[in-house]
Ligand binder design. Structure first.
Ligand code: C2E
Ligand code: MG
Ligand code: MG
Length: 575
């Protein structure tokens, strides 16, 4: 009879020994009765470290935050005290220097013995950690991502409930023209810059303040426990200066726009807080002379208005709410009209006639500038063709149309322009396209061919607002332009500001040397006119000659000219 029992015990022992989990059996005094091979490996030196008896072992049990457990918390001790453990997670720190294992521990009293099993869950924990890393951290910089950061903001707001005096500032930092760095120096340089920036930001604000990468070129910082609002602003200025320090081997520098929103009392929700800091940052982007902006509620009103404008603008084209006004461009020497610039307006159903300053930014940011731009080009060509047939005096008039960089970088641009000319019957050599310097800088490598193709159709190309960009003179000879439009700011004070006059003079001379026409924008006074005439600037545009005119005003003007039997009309100046 004893034979089978003995065999059973051997089988049990063999099975227990082969188990990957550590199995420990102790008597009610905590002395070891049995442990399998896995337990011997996992628990070098015995079970005293778990709360059993015996010598000091070669490991320590830590909680999930890596704090050593106090004796009353040790798992075997708790089982001996009658507790039932089910998959409780601990860390075993084994050896010197120690190696850590995550273990899931289960145990209970049975037949007057304490039974404990420990499963090594280190691999699963590692996998979990890497999933957390992927879900909550930015893979490039290793900083918390937007999800985690929003969570931290929420925690900070919750803590601040008990301490309403606490000053916290949320900074959202956006880099200016970061895309240019990626496009011109390559993504690797861009990436290195972002990593370096993350490190700099964290070093600047210290480990107690959370830094995150929200995405793309946007970072955020939560400044916690500030002493005053002034200290937050001082730190914001330091951070702004620090971002501007050159990066890497190439010594690339960027500018940053920083939006600040003060937290604690004002916010219930992390999302609202972040939204407001974002709105403040957008405000800085719209004002290049500013480095930072603190959110105030008027910005929220502005942001809501922008959003509403975007929603309305989406429908404006289909609903036929866009209009074109035409501002005459004249020969300065005799004030005869040579053509018009077509300028878009929006007949908003409730807000009245809106000027481009009230919606072009929104159109640019939302991409609506593309359909808007195609509508403008089509309408300008259509209207000019109608007038050409109606008024013989307009047969040579040109029309200038503004084109945004987004529209310019569209595919099949040249074919689309060609199609519009074909459909409207307007001739290419009376069409001028105005581009700003930004277009040239963003795509300097690929655009020359497109410009040449447009020009090959017979269309003239103009640089608009010349002098307001940053590489004004250097690129001119590289691009096939026909005309420079000197920005209004140079004309404005040229009669009082000698430096402005000098610049104006040299731009006119430069244009001559390059074989380009010049249009002076913003001619408002007779003095401007006289000065430009003296400089022998050929063409002018401005309120002195005429404001932009609605189509019926153009028609009235042309009808009046026709009645006076003048073939080359001049604009009647206001008294
Ligand atoms: P821009 O292309 O430089 O157009 C000239 C702007 O200067 C026009 O403003 C015109 O009304 C204004 N202006 C003309 N003469 C004078 C003057 O003597 N004094 C002053 N103070 N201003 C003068 P507007 O119509 O408000 O257009 C502003 C800007 O909006 C335009 O500047 C252009 O950049 C943009 N824009 C207008 N229409 C379009 C369009 O169809 N497409 C695109 N992409 N942009 C457009
Ligand atoms: Mg223009
Ligand atoms: Mg302009």
């Amino acid at each position: 009879m004893s034979q089978p029992l003995c065999l059973d015990a051997e089988i049990y022992l063999a099975v227990l020994s082969a188990l990957p989990d550590a199995v420990v059996v102790a008597d009610l005094g905590g002395a070891l009765l049995f442990c399998n091979a896995a337990a011997e490996t996992l628990l070098p030196g015995g079970i005293a470290g778990l709360g059993g008896s015996g010598d000091r072992p070669d490991y320590q049990v830590l909680d999930q935050q890596q704090w050593p457990l106090v004796p009353s918390e040790l798992p075997l001790g708790r089982v001996l005290a009658g507790q039932h453990l089910h998959n409780e997670e601990f860390i075993l720190a084994v050896g010197h220097p120690h190696q850590t294992h995550w273990v899931a521990c289960s145990g209970s009293l049975s037949s007057g013995m304490a039974l404990l099993t420990l499963r090594d869950i280190s691999a699963a924990k590692q996998q979990e950690a890497s999933l957390v890393q992927q879900a909550f951290y930015d893979p490039l910089t290793g900083l918390p991502n937007r999800h985690l950061f929003v969570d931290r903001l929420g925690q900070a707001l919750a803590c601040a409930q008990d301490n309403p005096q606490r000053v916290m500032a949320l900074l959202v930092i956006g880099l200016e023209r970061f895309k240019l760095i990626n496009d011109n120096l390559g993504h690797q340089v861009g990436d290195e810059m972002l990593v370096e920036l993350g490190t700099r930001l964290q070093a600047q604000v210290g480990p107690d303040n959370a830094v995150a990468r929200l995405g793309g070129d946007e970072f955020a910082i939560l400044l916690d426990n500030l002493t005053s609002y002034a200290s937050a602003i001082a730190l914001t200025e330091t951070i702004h200066a620090m971002v501007q320090q050159p990066f890497g081997l190439q010594q690339v520098s960027v500018n940053a726009s920083i939006g600040v929103a003060f937290g604690a009392k004002t916010y219930q929700s992390a999302f609202d807080w972040l939204r407001d800091a974002d709105a403040a940052m957008d405000q800085v982007k719209d004002h290049p002379d500013r480095a930072w902006q603190v959110f105030d509620s008027s910005l929220r009103v502005q942001k809501d208005l922008r959003l509403q404008t975007e929603v309305d603008l989406r429908q404006a084209i289909d609903r036929g709410e866009l209009r074109l006004h035409y501002q005459p461009i004249v020969t300065i020497s005799n004030e005869e009209i040579r053509g018009f610039e077509a300028l878009v307006r929006w007949q908003h159903p409730t807000r009245g006639l809106l000027m481009p300053g009230e919606f072009i930014d929104v159109a640019e940011a939302s991409g609506l500038i593309i359909p808007l731009g195609w509508w403008v080009l089509t309408e300008a060509c259509r209207q000019m063709q109608v007038w050409t047939e109606q008024y013989p005096a307009m047969a040579e008039f040109t029309v200038s149309v503004n084109m945004s960089s987004k529209q310019f970088s569209q595919q099949h641009l040249v074919e689309k322009i060609q199609k519009i000319l074909l459909n409207t019957g307007f001739v290419a050599n009376r069409l001028k396209i105005e581009l700003t310097e930004g277009v040239l800088i963003d795509h300097s490598d690929s655009i020359i061919a497109t410009l040449q193709q447009i020009r090959a159709l017979g269309i003239k190309l103009l640089v608009d607002d010349f002098g307001t960009g940053y590489s004004s003179l250097s690129y001119l000879h590289r691009f096939p332009f026909d005309c420079l439009k000197i920005d209004r700011s140079f004309i404005e004070n040229a009669d009082q500001d000698f430096e402005k006059l000098e610049i104006l003079q040299s731009v006119v001379r430069l244009a001559w040397n390059l074989g380009l026409d010049v249009v002076a924008e913003g001619v408002e006074t007779s003095r401007h006119h006289a000065q430009l005439k003296a400089l022998r600037c050929e063409l002018g545009q401005g309120y002195l000659y005429s404001r932009p005119l609605a189509p019926d005003a153009v028609e009235a003007m042309m009808a009046k000219k026709a009645a006076l039997l003048s073939d080359l009309p001049t604009v009647t100046r206001p008294a």
